[in-house]
Each structure stands twice: as C-alpha cells, then as structure tokens.
Design a protein around this ligand. Structure first.
Ligand SMILES: C[S@@+](CC[C@H](N)C(=O)[O-])C[C@H]1O[C@@H](n2cnc3c(N)ncnc32)[C@H](O)[C@@H]1O
Length: 240
C-alpha cells in the first residue's frame, strides 16, 4: 500500500491512523525504546532557535512535538494541526492532563498540503514522522515554508532509508520482521505496521529530502542522522 498516490493514499493513511490511534503512543515508545521522546525534544529546540513567538507542529498526531515546542522558553504558544479527529482528541486529552508547560496549545484539524494559516504566522514549524504518509512531499514543505516568518526554521523528523551495511541489514530485519509482529500483538494491526517499513522503502533518501527543502526556497539546509542512522532530522531556514 506504500505505493499509493494522491487521494487514494490520503484515504488509506487516514483510515490506518484512525484504527491505530489508541495504541499509537505505546507502539512508538516500544519500537524506539523510548528514544523518540529525545529526538522530538532535540527537534523542537532546533526549530525554536532564539526568536520569540508562536510555533507550529504539522501532522501533530497525539501532540508529542507540540508539547516539546511548548517546553522551549522562547515559544509563546503552539498550534498542532492534523487531518484526523481521532489523533487530535488524544492530543487534547494529553494537553488537559498537564503537558502544556503553562503555554496555550491549540489542536486544529487541517491538511498539511493546504495549511489553514496566513503567511509568516510562526517562528518555526516541525513535522514528525508524517511526510512519508503525504501524497505530495514538496507541497507539504512549501506550505511549512509559507507559514513561517522570514528567518524562521522548518524541521522534519522522519524515518529514512539507511546506507547499505550491517546496521541497515539489522534495521531491515527489525522493521520488516519484528515491527509487524509487535503491531499485530500490541496494536492488533499487522497491516499498519507492515505499511510502516514499506513506506520507508518508497520514501526519499535523506539527500533527496534535503533537495526538496532547497527547492522550496529554504537556505542553510542540512540533516542529522539519529537512531543508528534510521531516522533523519532535516532543517532549513526561510531566508531573512
Ligand atoms: C505517524 S503519525 C505522526 C504523529 C506525530 N507527528 C508524531 O511524531 O508522533 C502521522 C500523522 O500524520 C497525520 N497526517 C497524515 N497526512 C496528513 C496531512 N496531509 N495533513 C495533516 N496531517 C496528516 C496523520 O493523521 C497522523 O496523525
């Protein structure tokens, strides 16, 4: 199913995340040994930089990156946007149980490919583990660039194909064999956790995604590999 395009992909992804939403957070923590929290904190800090103002988390899901942005002292408020009410209602529950760091966090329904915000609304924008699921990655990055103010930063945290080698062999075994089994046992959904490794195989390389950032007009583009090389944190700035 990772080969799907356009509206077909959007529908497939929406149905899949609606199904797995109740076990989504638990699965993330189990699959990454809890490391995803550290990666998200690093992503939020890198995005926030030193400008003062509101920040955006695109495809926020259950809100981890929105909460990490709210923990940055210079971020005044946070908006998390996602396609799915099922994910947003979990994010809202988490918000009201004390994760907002005293900041205003709004979770709103919207499409990353047509963000419901005026130009230059935010000091920075993040998107975590979501680009692979989008039918048009360049449009998603262009939209993030549009809503960030000049000088602001865009970051994405995403699973990425690994360079061939021992780590990649182990990574493939883990993602293609063990993760679907965990998905079946814990989330009751082997299909969703088979789509996950397949979608990485179909996704851009880290260099390819950096090119998408540059073509969206971003500057000082780069990326850092995390999680034994299987995760990439990309960054780029809107020219000042
Ligand atoms: C794997 S989850 C990532 C959630 C969160 N960012 C995280 O890092 O845990 C992917 C999320 O992307 C959302 N999503 C997929 N396509 C989207 C789109 N076009 N616009 C907005 N959200 C989208 C899904 O609803 C889902 O909540």
């Amino acid at each position: 199913m990772a080969h799907l395009r356009g509206d077909e992909k959007r529908r497939y992804v929406a149905e899949m995340f609606a199904r797995i939403s109740p076990r989504y957070d638990l699965m993330n923590s189990l699959m990454t040994g809890g490391m995803h929290h550290r990666w998200k904190r690093a992503t939020a800090r890198l995005t926030a930089g030193s400008a003062v103002g509101p920040a955006l988390d695109v495809a926020t899901g259950t809100g981890d990156l929105a909460f990490a942005l709210a923990a940055c002292p210079n971020v005044t408020e946070v908006v998390g946007v996602d396609l799915l009410d099922e994910m947003l209602s979990i994010a809202n529950r988490r918000r009201t149980s004390g994760r907002s760091n005293g900041k205003t966090i709004q979770f709103v329904r919207g499409d990353a490919l047509g963000l419901p915000f005026p130009n230059a609304s935010f000091i920075g924008a993040t998107a975590g583990f979501s680009l692979r699921n989008m039918p048009d990655v360049p449009s998603a990055i262009r939209e993030m660039a549009r809503v960030v103010a000049p000088g602001g930063r865009i970051t994405t945290l995403e699973l990425t194909p690994m360079a061939p080698g021992v780590a990649s062999g182990l990574g493939r075994f883990y993602f293609h064999r063990l993760v679907p089994l965990m998905g079946q046992l814990i989330a009751g959904d082997r299909t969703a956790y088979t789509y996950l490794p397949d979608s990485v195989d179909y996704f851009l390389t880290a260099d390819g995604l950096a090119d998408v950032f540059r073509k969206a007009g971003l500057v000082d583009v780069g990326y850092r590999r995390l999680g034994f090389g299987g995760v990439a944190l990309h960054f780029g700035d809107r020219p000042a």
